[in-house]
Design a protein around this ligand. Structure first.
Ligand code: SAM
Length: 233
């Protein structure tokens, strides 16, 4: 029987996960998850011999050697590059969890989800997420055997800088390939669209439209068109 705490941790993993459980101790968590979901595979990492042996033992007992690889080592050092997609670090202090993440950063390139269960100082973990492009997606707090546990799950943020976002919007409007190699028809089309949009805008002004966002958007598009038409000459 798994603890409520580790069950909650497990509930945050997606089906078909390929995850690392760092500081796995008896490997109860990866065994539980793999028994529930036959499409999940895991790496169980342990820094200490005793717990490492326990993990090997539990995995054998459950006949999960093919899907759970138990490895001896410090933090994320047990992982290869571009290996797992999720990382679980549970049952340690927040400062230690943060240090493990910070020290092993280069192993996180393929990791889009981190689930942490700090026994104390969850703030350190939240701060690390914030500083490293992971967005906290959910949190749970529960009590078990007189202890209160916090569980955090975070996903990697896909950052789009305003500059790239504007490029993207522009490419969506004009077409990325057409923009690169505009021909006469392209220019003709956008001269026409430019006039149309100017008319729309003046109608909106006459009607005293309050939709500021739309007006700004149209003005932005007019500017793009002007740039393009200017290039024609
Ligand atoms: N994750 C399990 C859980 O939540 O029930 C076990 C928690 S146990 C209290 C913490 C485990 O982390 C211990 O087995 C310890 O040996 C291991 N550990 C501590 N520091 C570690 C590190 N830097 N790398 C890997 N394992 C570590």
């Amino acid at each position: 029987n798994l603890s409520k705490r580790l069950e909650k941790v497990a509930s945050y993993l997606p089906a078909g996960a390929f995850f690392a459980d760092i500081g796995s101790d008896h490997a109860y968590l990866p065994c539980f998850v793999c028994l529930q979901d036959s499409s999940t595979t895991a790496v169980a990492g342990e820094i200490n011999e005793g717990p490492y042996e326990s993990a090997v033992h539990t995995v054998k007992q459950n006949n999960l050697e093919a899907r759970i690889d138990v490895r001896l080592g410090d933090g994320l050092a047990v992982l290869k590059e571009d290996e797992v997609h999720q990382v679980v670090i549970a049952g340690m202090g927040g400062a230690l969890i943060r240090n493990i993440l910070e020290t092993g950063k280069e192993k996180l390139k393929s990791v889009n989800q981190i689930i942490a269960q700090p026994n104390i100082d969850a703030r350190s973990v939240r701060r690390w997420f914030l500083a490293n492009g992971y967005v906290l997606e959910d949190e749970a707090i529960l009590e078990e055997n007189g202890h209160i546990y916090e569980i955090l799950t975070a996903k990697r943020k896909i950052a789009v800088s305003p500059y790239l976002e504007e490029q993207l919007e522009k490419q969506l409007l004009f077409g990325p390939y057409l923009l690169k190699q505009p021909n006469a028809v392209f220019y003709k089309k956008w001269r026409h669209e430019y006039e149309k949009l100017q008319n729309v805008l003046s109608q909106m002004e006459k009607a005293k439209t309050k939709d500021v966002e739309k007006i700004e958007q149209f003005n932005r598009e007019l500017n793009w068109m002007e740039e393009i038409l200017y290039d024609e000459n």
